[in-house]
Design a protein around this ligand. Structure first.
Ligand code: ZN
Length: 425
């Protein structure tokens, strides 16, 4: 009786197992054939063409909302090498105003995997970049004669003011290193190379989209793949507002004309940079479009080094910023008033101390002392502060008061550290 029961039970177990196995197969089949469409399998095949949709790069504004940098349409010519058929090289070159040598060279570069590691004859390769609307218009009309070639709409930077070149920086085609460092970039993409274009690259660039097109057996575009279900709309880059005041910036550039050096104006309340000028400078519009390479080279070769951003790369002694902090301390502590005058005869000589100075009228009060950067005036001020026993009791106390003033104005410590502490407090 018990044996019968076991047999009966086994029948159900085996039957159940068979049903489970069949179900698993059915689900798997369903998943493969219905749920998972061919997109993933075909993503790299020649049945689909992934057309990248470039987002518009964010604009750059000054502190008063004046537009400094915006986009202007430009066009790239791309090619899917496998689709080229009976190319009339001469006609092609004439249409694009290039030489057959240039075309041969570009094809050589495209196929060279050392330069272009992502090369595939089935995918879109960049042949030429930054064509103007006029240049591209002629090509567009004859595009039907050149199968395998495509026009890719992009944008290049344009500038409302021929100013602030060092601050704004520029964008240029990605290098091999840029591609290696960040998966986002493909050959022919643009990236911020200098200035705020570089510092805020990830915010400005936005997110690329993609349009997936379906091709027939002959490679002709049949339309959108699955009605654009897998297309991704590009996300435009964010706009950027700078601390710079463009009017002030242009004034500073005018003042520095034909001079070598730098002016940086910082709002002490916030640390915002109101203007940042490095001269000699250049017009940022020179670094745009197909002339960029030529202009860049001539700027590199310029012996006055216009590409050097002296505001951040030049080494200048801090000079007499210290004197203004001394003046404020002495005034605040009542050691001097605005009329107090101190003598200077080419320097300060007192109590065994000697500090030289340059020639200027003497004696001077505080404002002309700052104007002439007189060393004596500030030595005398300090001497009278240190010696004021009535006020401070001892030189030590005077010294420590003086030091507190200096530290409060950012001297003696790493400024970034002080700012962070102040924020935390
Ligand atoms: Zn002096």
């Amino acid at each position: 009786m018990e044996r019968d029961y076991n047999l009966e039970k086994r029948k159900y177990v085996i039957g159940g197992a068979v049903i489970v196995i069949v179900l698993v197969y059915l689900i798997r089949l369903f998943a493969l054939q219905i749920m998972s469409d061919d997109y993933k399998k075909n993503a790299d095949s020649n049945a689909l063409l992934n057309k990248i949709q470039y987002p518009s790069r964010g604009g750059i504004y000054d502190r008063n909302g004046k537009l400094l940098v915006y986009n202007q349409p430009s066009y790239d010519i791309t090619v899917v090498p496998n689709e080229i058929k009976d190319l009339d090289t001469l006609d092609f070159c004439k249409t694009l105003n290039i030489t057959p040598e240039f075309l041969r060279k570009r094809f050589g570069e495209i196929k060279d995997r050392r330069i272009n590691p992502g090369y595939s004859r089935y995918t879109n390769q960049v042949l030429m970049t930054q064509l103007s609307a006029e240049e591209c218009g002629v090509f567009q009309e004859k595009l039907f004669k050149f199968p395998g070639f495509y026009i890719q709409r992009r944008s290049i930077r344009q500038y409302n003011y021929g100013s602030s070149a060092h601050v704004l920086g520029d964008i240029a085609e990605v290098s091999k290193a840029d591609i290696a460092n960040d998966d986002y970039y493909k050959r022919g993409d643009f990236i911020g190379k200098q200035g705020v274009e570089k510092s805020y690259e990830t915010q400005l660039r936005g997110v690329k989209g993609v349009e997936i097109l379906l091709r027939d057996a002959r490679g002709r575009i049949q339309g959108k793949y699955m009605n654009g279900k897998y297309d991704k709309t590009p996300v435009p880059g964010k706009n950027l507002t700078l601390g710079i005041d463009i009017e002030l910036q242009m004034l500073a550039e005018r003042l520095m004309q034909n001079k070598i050096g730098s002016i940086v104006a910082i709002d002490p309340q916030t640390g915002e940079i109101l203007c940042m000028v490095s001269t000699p400078t250049f017009d940022p519009r020179m670094m745009v479009g197909r002339q960029r390479g030529k202009n860049h080279l001539s700027l590199i070769r310029d012996s006055w080094k216009p590409l050097l951003n002296r505001s951040i790369m030049g080494v200048y002694p801090p000079g007499s910023t210290f004197k203004t902090s001394q003046a404020l301390t002495f005034l605040q502590e009542g050691i001097i008033n605005t009329h107090t005058q101190y003598p200077c005869y080419h320097g300060f000589v007192h109590a065994g101390l000697r500090v030289g100075c340059h020639s200027h009228p003497s004696p001077l009060s505080v404002i002309p002392s700052i104007e002439t950067s007189c060393n004596s005036f500030f030595c005398w001020g300090l001497y009278h502060m240190m010696g004021n026993k009535r006020k401070y009791g001892s030189v030590q106390n005077a010294m420590s008061t003086w030091r507190d003033y200096m530290v409060s104005m950012g001297f003696g410590y790493n400024l970034a550290l002080i700012c962070r502490e102040r924020r935390e407090v």
